[in-house]
Design a protein around this ligand. Structure first.
Ligand code: HEC
Ligand code: HEC
Ligand code: HEC
Length: 287
């Protein structure tokens, strides 16, 4: 028996309705799967798996994001007071270099600038005098013997966030021991000369400028140490002696520099690094 040929000339509206039904079905199915697997209101079958692939956000970076927000806020309303070191007590480097001193290598400059919130420039850039031993400690331009608690040294056990500190000035700084006294290696004395340079620099030739700025960099090396010099179990800083808590030390020593490549797109790996140095300079402040 001959069958009717299959009808192929449906009106277009049938296709539209069919498509609509299909879309609604997919939408409902998606909702059900989401509820079962990921939603915090459902059984959350796949939540542990998702957590495994998510990297914890760095508490410091979170902190600075919050600060930046507060800072932006402050420009509109004048109620969040955020103290700045008075100009006459700022290390001389800041007279010529801006607070965001690192500009050259895009991938790491934000990371390096972030460290200047709790490190003196010399902590990374000092070329120690031969025969001298360097000791690291917190130094405050505002008080003689700061006691802390210092920025970022421990977590609040309740919230898991960094403990708030009222000391916004102290930074980890290298010291020499001179006649039994710990003396900061900060460059504080050349302030007048640096200010003078800033005033007249436009009148100087590039050679003259170089001659002058060299005087400020006699024991300064152009680059800092690699990340792993501190972020590893045998780092150069005695984190415990500097007041960091046990679990904070574990986190700082085991910081996944590699993880940061994907998470922040900012990293510092010695080999990759050599090839990725860019030649652009954007720091107008120090021409
Ligand atoms: C009088 C102004 C002035 C002062 C003060 C000053 N710098 Fe500089 N610095 C410059 C200029 C200009 C350059 C760029 C030209 C050059 O390489 O000499 C520079 C370059 C640098 C470089 C990169 C060097 C290189 O070879 O790429 C580093 C690192 C540096 N400064 C750190 C410091 C630190 C740390 C301090 C504080 C101890 C400081 N500077 C104080 C003006 C200054
Ligand atoms: C955490 C360590 C660290 C601290 C703290 C630090 N630096 Fe650096 N700095 C580095 C490293 C590493 C480089 C080399 C990076 C590069 O070549 O891009 C560098 C490079 C520089 C350069 C030249 C390259 C550029 O990015 O322009 C200047 C200028 C500089 N530092 C100034 C400073 C000043 C001024 C301070 C203090 C406000 C400071 N640094 C604090 C690690 C540090
Ligand atoms: C001279 C030692 C030193 C060097 C070099 C250094 N760090 Fe750090 N870094 C520290 C210390 C100490 C802290 C924590 C400071 C605090 O909490 O007060 C820190 C904090 C951090 C944090 C925040 C961690 C958190 O839990 O919030 C990141 C991210 C980081 N460093 C990445 C880097 C990278 C990337 C480099 C290389 C470009 C680098 N560091 C180089 C000592 C160093």
């Amino acid at each position: 028996m001959k069958q009717d040929p299959k009808r192929l000339d449906h009106p277009w509206s049938v296709y539209v309705i069919g498509l609509l039904v299909l879309l609604i079905t997919l939408f409902v199915l998606g909702g059900v799967i989401n509820h079962l697997a990921f939603s915090s209101h459902g059984p959350g079958l796949l939540i542990p798996l998702v957590k495994k692939f998510q990297k914890e956000e760095s508490p410091i970076l979170k902190e600075f994001k919050a600060h930046r927000k507060a800072d932006e806020h402050r420009h509109f309303h004048h109620f969040v007071e955020y103290p700045e070191t008075p100009e006459e007590r700022r290390p001389v480097c800041f007279i010529c270099h801006s607070k965001l001193a690192h500009t050259k290598t895009k991938k790491i400059r934000a990371m390096l600038n972030m460290h200047t919130n709790f490190f003196a420039c010399e902590t990374c850039h000092l070329e120690p005098v031969k025969g001298e031993t360097v000791f690291y400690n917190w130094y405050s331009p505002m008080e003689k013997d700061p006691k802390g608690p210092f920025f970022g040294t421990s977590y609040d056990p309740e919230s898991g966030e960094l403990v708030r500190t009222r000391d916004h000035f102290s930074k980890i700084t290298p010291f020499y021991k001179r006649d039994g006294l710990y003396t900061p290696t900060l460059h504080m004395q050349q302030g007048e000369m640096a200010k003078d340079y800033v005033k007249v620099r436009d009148k100087l030739t590039p050679e003259q400028r170089e001659g002058v700025t060299q005087k400020f960099h006699t024991d300064i090396r152009p680059k800092g140490p690699e990340c792993q010099t501190c972020h590893s179990s045998n780092g150069i800083l005695d984190l415990k002696g500097l007041g960091f808590s046990g679990n904070r030390i574990v986190d700082l020593e085991n910081l996944s520099i590699k993880g940061m490549i994907t998470k922040y797109d900012e990293f510092y790996l010695p080999d990759l690094f050599k090839q990725s140095v860019e030649t652009e300079t954007g720091d107008q402040d120090r021409q």
